[in-house]
Each structure stands twice: as C-alpha cells, then as structure tokens.
Design a protein around this ligand. Structure first.
Ligand code: ZN
Length: 294
C-alpha cells in the first residue's frame, strides 16, 4: 500500500509499527483513519478504512496508533485513546479482601478460596513446553527448525492470550465485588530469577494481575493496597499477632500451629487474612498509609 512502511515479510512473525499523534496528524473522519505516511514516501497521508470492534469514546484524544499486518496481508489497527473520566470515591471500604500469592494456586484469599486456574490452560502450557523442547532439539536454521518455530510461536501467542483473558476476567470479578483488595509487595522479578520458581509460567502473570486489579478498582473509586515489604504476612499469626520466624524461607511448611495461642493455620490463608487485616488497619488509619506504585 502506498505510503505505508515496508513490512518485512518473515513468515509467521508479526510486522507492526507504532506512530504517535503529533499536532493532530492522526485523526478519524467518516470512518477513515488518517495517518502520517512513512518517511521518504511520496504520499503525505495514509487513509485506512476502519472496521471497528466498538465505538471510540467521545471526547477522546488519539495518543498513538499501532498498525500490524496480519498473515492475510490485512492491517490490524490498535488505536490508543485517552479520555477524561470522572471517578467518584466510594468512601470507606466495607468489603475488604486479602490475596496471598500462591505458587500452586495462583492466589489464595482470606477465606481460603483459591483462584482455580483452569486445568485446560495448564494443559496448554504443558503442550507449549513440549513443543519448545522439540524445537530445542532441531538444528537451528534448518527447515524442520523453522517449521517448529512457527508451531511454537503460534502456541505461545494462544497461551499468552488466553491467560491474559483469564487474568482480566478474574480481576474484573474481584474488583466488582470488593471495595479494597490488599496484596503483598512481592518482588516477582526476584522470584523469577529463583531456579525453582522460574519453571512456573504463572509468576509474571501475577504481576499483570496486580496491575489489572489496581486499575479496575481505581476506576470504580475503590482501593488497591500493596502491603509494604517489611509486613510479614506469612509469619504473623492472624489471631494473636505472634511472629513465627520458623516459616521464613521455608515454603514446605503448609500448615502450622501458633506457638503462642495454639491456633491452627493454613499457611496461605493465614497470610491472606493478615493482608486483609492490614487493609482494615489502613482504613482506620492505624498504620501509615503506604501504597506502593506497581
Ligand atoms: Zn497465635
């Protein structure tokens, strides 16, 4: 297409470019998206007829546009629009939820409910790992390698999409139901570098999940809280406040009895309950307000 930048057509790999709105050089008129053309092109402006999924928000300002050429040679356009939103605070939160990150369940809440990561997704992830192993055995650059690389990249996109979709739905359901959600301030990157944890693909998912929760709650005038790093959500007894340091660094202890008050605890649920308590104290201003920006 005239004026469009040249897309390198490497089979299977996506070609895309992003262009930013400068002084209104990106605009929509009569359902046609006008974009500045690529440099050196004789054409000044490119017009793309739009087939939109949903109406663009009124009074929105186009920030940037990403054009991707799909495998059929069509252009997919992603328009990033900023628009003002009035957010009204809900006032003091009534319904507070604590969420503890869990390696095997994704998260456990203060009632002991688990995220229920769909079994089907795990199967897909296992299939992806298998195809990746096949790829690693093939000679790099060979025809068979190239063929397998395509299989892996398609599957990767599918797995990533369905996981993102699930994270959004989960975050949406929680943000609708609760007024405040408290999570721990885990350094997910540090976990990712840990040999044992790195195998689990969900770990970066929890980072995204926190982000989605944050904006979905804040959009509704609700609260997203990250307990500070020095808050020992795992070690504290949620009944009496005793700090059980034996739990530190020992992920194998799944259940424990408090040496001080004798109450029996499920490790994850107790941690989530402590996070909920943190949120309650936060709202009563018993502790310094300390939200950490994601
Ligand atoms: Zn206790």
């Amino acid at each position: 297409m005239k004026g469009m930048p040249t897309f390198h057509s490497r089979k299977g790999s996506k070609s895309s470019y992003t262009t930013f709105n400068q002084n209104g050089n990106i605009y929509i008129k009569d359902n046609i998206l006008y974009l500045p053309s690529a440099q050196k092109s004789p054409v000044k402006v490119v017009g793309l007829k739009l087939n939109t999924h949903r109406a663009l928000p009124q009074a929105g300002k186009i920030k940037n546009v990403t054009v991707t050429m799909n495998t059929k040679g069509q252009f997919d356009v992603c328009i990033n629009v900023a628009f003002p939103m009035e957010i009204e605070s809900i006032g003091p939160p009534a319904n507070i939820l604590g969420l503890d990150y869990s390696q095997s369940h994704f998260f456990v809440d203060n009632e002991g409910k688990k995220a229920n990561y769909p079994h089907y997704y795990r199967e897909m992830e296992e299939r992806l790992a298998k195809e990746q192993r096949v790829l690693s055995r093939r000679k790099k650059g060979s025809k068979r390698w190239e063929k397998q690389r395509l299989v892996v990249s398609k599957l990767q996109a599918k797995v990533a999409n369905q996981r993102k979709d699930w994270l959004h739905k989960k975050a949406y359901a929680l943000a609708k139901r609760y007024d405040m959600i408290v999570v721990e301030n885990l350094d997910l990157r540090a976990i990712g570098q840990n040999k044992y944890y790195a195998k689990n693909q969900q770990d970066n998912g929890f980072g995204y999940f926190r982000l989605y929760l944050k904006y979905k709650l804040e959009q509704r005038g609700k609260y997203f809280i990250k307990a500070p790093k020095d808050f020992a959500s795992t070690q504290l007894c949620s009944i009496c406040g005793y700090k059980n340091t034996a739990l530190k660094g020992n992920a194998n202890i799944r259940e424990w009895d408090c040496p001080s008050c004798g109450n029996h605890h499920d490790r994850d649920r107790n941690a989530a309950f402590n996070l909920k308590l943190y949120g309650e104290r936060y709202t009563k201003k018993e502790i310094l307000p300390q939200t950490v920006v994601v």
